[in-house]
Design a protein. Structure first.
Length: 491
């Protein structure tokens, strides 16, 4: 389906009729594609799932994700005093719990497909069905888009299966509520109007250039989606959540975002102008973002909170920005910059082992890659590389000291730990060796007093020439403490 009028007619269906239309006209083809996945039929048999069971789930993605037992639930949920029956996957880890007037008739546990496959194979990686380039993945992904304008373009799951086209048109925000929007093409969708009442969830969908303009929407969640150039303009959004998504170059203008979270998500190059961000949480993907990208994103968020006058948030993102820069100097060992030799592979040893177990790399091929990497490290002996490498690591040492002493000026309380450490260290010295004439030996209280006088640069009569180090450290730490607490008011 790619005609704008046909797409609009689908959106105009009531949500129950929309979901039923997908169960009859779209999901059977999607199920046929699922059956090409490795050991899917075995999983279906082991979980005792009929095709009808899979097609009837309200959110198809729930069959695939999760690391714990989930439940297939038959329930009746009264709506406006009229009972209606739904079939869904419970998010509860122990057992489904009735909510309000919801009546649960039956439920049975099952293992989500990807977690089951990982336990069966010993690795999460598998070869893309029908792929000729020996590409391995551990999740669904989109690798092909056809067509020009979003009104006629098509997104292909794994470059082979075209998903249902629902983008390229304009809809009201309320149309998102209660629909099964998993595994669909929402590219170019324009959302406006009001939709406060119900939860809208989108998973495993292509979401390029979605725009939310002059809209008021609450309870919108994206999971495992790629959102390129998401635009939010002159809108009020509440409870907007992204989980394991790739959000690239979003643009937020003249909007209010209340309770927005990015969990295990790549957030790259956000362009934020005159926005109010309240209860904003950014937890980057551990593998999807480099430390340089994390630092850039935290910098942009820090500037945004500075403009809003939110000193606490601005301070927190400045600290995260500097910490990411620090880690970027440490890892990878060979900086990923122009001029440095490039490693043959950038995956961790554990990931390489899992990919080898899945069959992506033969043993001989893996050995060749390791040898090439060793050769890359040997290239660091070339003088220009050595100089740049050493300067980079020296910068890391300087930043590490800055972080450890006072947290880049954002954690001045750390200075007190260093103060106490210096005082106690020299107190123990006096206690053991007794000071200049040995009279402090075995007297800890007097040793502590003497150490305190030296630390405050007043001086103690039992000090020796070596104890001038304590006075120097004391002067430095006191200065850092004053500067640190004064620094916190700069926002």
């Amino acid at each position: 389906m790619g005609d704008g009028a046909e797409i609009l007619s689908l959106w105009r269906l009531p949500k129950e009729e929309f979901n039923e239309w997908r169960r009859i006209n779209d999901l059977p083809d999607l199920l046929g594609f699922f059956k090409t996945l490795p050991r899917f039929s075995e999983w279906q048999t082991e979980q005792e799932f009929e095709d009808a069971d899979i097609l009837s789930v309200d959110h198809t993605s729930h069959l695939f994700v999760g690391e714990h037992v989930r439940y297939l639930v038959d329930l009746t949920q009264p709506t406006n005093a009229i009972g209606r029956t739904e079939r869904l996957v419970s998010i509860f880890l122990s057992q489904p719990i009735p909510l309000g007037s919801t009546i649960i008739h039956s439920f049975r546990p099952f293992a989500p497909y990807f977690d089951w496959l990982k336990r069966k194979q010993g690795t999460p990686y598998f070869r893309i069905p029908g792929d000729q380039n020996n590409q391995y993945v551990d999740d669904f992904c989109y690798r092909l888009w056809e067509g020009g304008p979003f009104s006629i373009s098509r997104a292909y799951l794994f470059s082979s299966h075209p998903v249902l086209k629902l983008g390229g048109i304009k809809i009201s925000a309320s149309r998102l509520d209660g629909r099964n929007l998993d595994f669909v093409d929402l590219d170019g969708l324009k959302i406006s109007g009001v939709g406060w009442s119900h939860i809208a969830s989108v998973a495993y969908s292509s979401c390029r250039r979605i725009s939310i303009t002059r809209a008021e929407k609450a309870f919108l969640t994206f999971e495992r989606c790629t959102l390129d150039e998401l635009r939010i303009d002159n809108s009020r959004i509440q409870d907007l959540h992204f989980f394991r998504c790739n959000v690239n170059r979003p643009s937020w203008v003249e909007s209010r975002l209340f309770r927005t979270s990015f969990t295990a998500t790549t957030l790259g190059g956000p362009d934020i102008s005159n926005c109010e961000l309240i209860d904003f949480v950014f937890t980057p993907s551990a593998s999807g973002m480099s430390f340089g990208e994390i630092a850039d994103t935290c910098k942009r968020l820090r500037v945004t909170f500075q403009q809003m006058g939110n000193r606490h948030e601005a301070s927190g993102y400045y600290y995260r920005e500097r910490t990411a820069e620090l880690m970027g100097d440490l890892r990878p060992v060979i900086p990923m910059e122009a001029g440095f030799p490039v490693l043959s592979f950038t995956q961790s040893i554990a990931e390489m082992r899992q990919r080898t177990r899945a069959g992506q790399f033969a043993t001989t091929e893996l050995q060749r890659m390791i040898v090439r990497n060793i050769g890359t490290y040997l290239k660091l002996a070339y003088p220009p590389f050595v100089v740049r490498f050493i300067l980079r690591k020296i910068r890391f040492v300087g930043r590490a000291i800055d972080w450890a002493i006072w947290g880049f000026g954002e954690r001045p309380a750390r200075v007190f730990v260093w103060m106490v450490s210096v005082l106690l260290a020299f107190s123990v010295k006096y206690y053991i060796w007794g000071g200049k004439d040995g009279s402090l030996h075995g007297h800890f209280r007097e040793s502590l007093f003497c150490s305190g006088f030296n630390f405050a640069t007043i001086g103690c009569e039992q000090r020796c020439s070596l104890d001038s180090i304590e006075a120097i450290l004391g002067a430095i730490l006191i200065g850092v403490m004053v500067a640190g607490f004064g620094n916190r008011s700069r926002y």
